[in-house]
Design a protein around this ligand. Structure first.
Ligand code: COI
Length: 354
């Protein structure tokens, strides 16, 4: 735990919340009254301020715009049933952010700015947390290189910001997923495990092609043989296979170390399921589907939370799932929501109350 320091706050002249409805808000479209901003200059973090949400003024030569030295996180704050503001697994996202920073040759953001900054920012804007089921306040910390220089090298200057968005579900209905076998998200030795902006930019073409075919997202496969599944566009993937919870392992560094993935695996274990983290081939999934032992497929992510998949397509082979008959995923989601909304004990210490 770090020493708590008051971060200076410049209050917005007027709240945008007046006349704004927090019911049925779309994902990521609206932002709260304030944001946190900090600068890394001359080897130290400075100018840490909570200020009114608003545009940044940037020099056109700013390095991040040219070379993509940019990372981010996704975290959620909830209003629990007693009306408290709680943040889910803030420390874990903080750690992952700095793992991404290290891979991208960026400075670590200290805990007193990341964790304390988010706590204090949420305390200022906590009236923006929606109370409706499956709604939350999405927290988006991000950092980018801010050197004003056209030259490929790690920057000396960086900006760290946190913005907040009241938000509804990312995927409202069960998804249709296309197994990708042409394009690649990540390769061993690459940046797949980092939450780097470029990973998302690079995913857009394959996703757009899948969308044109009527699918919501792609399930990435390995770069060498397109044989082993990795993760889905914005989520990790878990299969209920032969009565076990099976998910791709993180060994190769090609998959994001999902905080929701970790949480759901913990809950599935608590529910009595055996967990297997290992390579999973598309052939194994097809064989299990044909044998009737692939029962449920779902994605996990901060934005996506726990999202069921009703169709998985590989080439011409289509696997359909009767989501309404599932038992495991709905129970895991319920147990996770019970913790988030304070309906059951926070037995793993996942919540930070603001
Ligand atoms: C998240 O789940 O928080 C993500 O960052 C995925 C997406 C919204 C980019």
């Amino acid at each position: 735990m770090v020493a708590t320091q008051e971060i200076p706050v410049i209050k917005a002249a007027q709240s945008k919340l007046e006349g704004f409805s927090l019911e049925n808000v779309p994902f990521g479209k609206y932002f709260t009254d304030h944001m946190l901003e900090a600068d890394y200059i001359d080897g130290t973090w400075q100018n840490v301020t909570i200020k009114p949400y608003g545009p940044l003024s940037l020099d056109p030569s700013v390095a991040a715009l040219h070379y993509g030295q940019a990372i981010f996180e996704g975290i959620k704050a909830y209003k629990d049933d007693a009306g408290n503001a709680v943040v889910f697994r803030l420390q874990d996202n903080f750690k992952r952010f700095n793992i991404s920073a290290e891979r991208m040759m960026m400075p670590a953001v200290p805990e007193e700015i990341f964790v304390e900054g988010i706590r204090q920012l949420i305390a200022v804007d906590k009236n923006w947390i929606p109370a409706q089921a499956d709604h939350s306040l999405y927290i988006r910390p991000f950092m980018f290189s801010s050197d004003e220089l056209i030259g490929v090298r790690p920057s000396e200057n960086y900006k760290f910001l946190v913005i907040l968005s009241p938000t509804g579900p990312y995927y409202g209905t069960p998804m249709r997923i296309y197994v990708e076998e042409q394009y690649v998200r990540a390769v061993k030795g690459g940046i797949g495990y980092a939450k780097a902006a470029g990973n998302y930019g690079a995913s857009m073409m394959a996703t757009a092609i899948a969308r044109d075919k009527g699918y919501d997202q792609v399930l990435w496969t390995d770069a060498y043989e397109h044989k082993y599944v990795q993760e889905i566009g914005t989520m990790n993937v878990i299969f209920i296979l032969n009565g076990k919870a099976v998910t791709p392992d993180l060994e190769a560094g090609t998959i994001l170390h999902g905080v929701t993935r970790m949480s759901v695996l913990t809950i599935l274990k608590e529910m009595g399921l055996e967990i297997e983290e290992r390579p999973i081939s598309i052939d194994e999934l097809i064989d299990a589907y044909k044998a009737g032992t692939l029962k449920e497929v779902f994605g996990t992510g901060t934005a996506a939370t726990v999202s069921p998949i009703k169709e998985l397509r590989y080439k011409d082979f289509v696997m359909n799932f009767d989501v309404a008959s599932w038992t495991v995923m709905p129970e895991a989601k319920r147990l996770l929501d019970d913790i988030r909304y304070g309906r059951s004990e926070d037995r793993y210490g996942w919540l930070v109350t603001i």
